[in-house]
Design a protein around this ligand. Sequence first.
Ligand code: HEC
Length: 198
Amino acid sequence: MRLSAVLAGVAMACALPAALAAVAQTPPGSDPAIPPAPKPAPPIASPIPPIAAPGRVLLGVKDVMRHIVNPAAEAFWARSGEIDDVKGANDLTPKDDANWKISLDSAAQLVEAGNLLQMEGRARDPNGPWMKYAIQLTNAGLAGMAATQARNHDKTFDAGSAIYDACYGCHGRYIPRPKDSLYKHDIDKDLEAAGKAK
Ligand code: HEC
């Protein structure tokens, strides 16, 4: 009895590494117990390919928004476009080097913030539209950098609205809202309507 138990233990100890080796050698897709890998996401029409940088994600999306994305966008918007009041139009486009520099810096921060949002561990939906919105933010930031380097009023304004579109698109899709919210925005319906209107 005692001997057979010992023998069984020895047999298990021998069988286990063999079983592990067999699993490791099974080519992917040939073991019916292992479900096939999900289909890769369709390619995104963008000059910048998506990245999945394996890195240490220290801050969550909320903190990246609070401390990186939002301050950079606010700094850029405060220096683009114009605000009209009773006295007329107030052009916000920078009038001195110091403010153009702040515009350029904040656009550059948005360029890389798009990459931060795509990092493994932060991307909420790595095979879905999340990456598209993150890339949209990067591209809008690049447009912002080009506009501020050219010191161009109209291009700065356009880049500001492109930046806004990236925020709005991603938030509409990924920030859950209560069913009875007054905010009934449905990004898919909007895009569909925009497509039909063309
Ligand atoms: C790729 C998706 C994505 C993009 C692009 C994006 N956001 Fe966000 N943002 C989120 C998500 C998701 C949350 C909710 C985070 C949470 O509550 O965990 C959020 C939350 C926020 C918040 C609230 C943070 C808080 O204190 O709760 C602010 C402010 C914000 N975003 C600003 C912006 C601005 C400004 C832009 C554009 C310049 C932008 N975001 C672009 C996904 C995105």
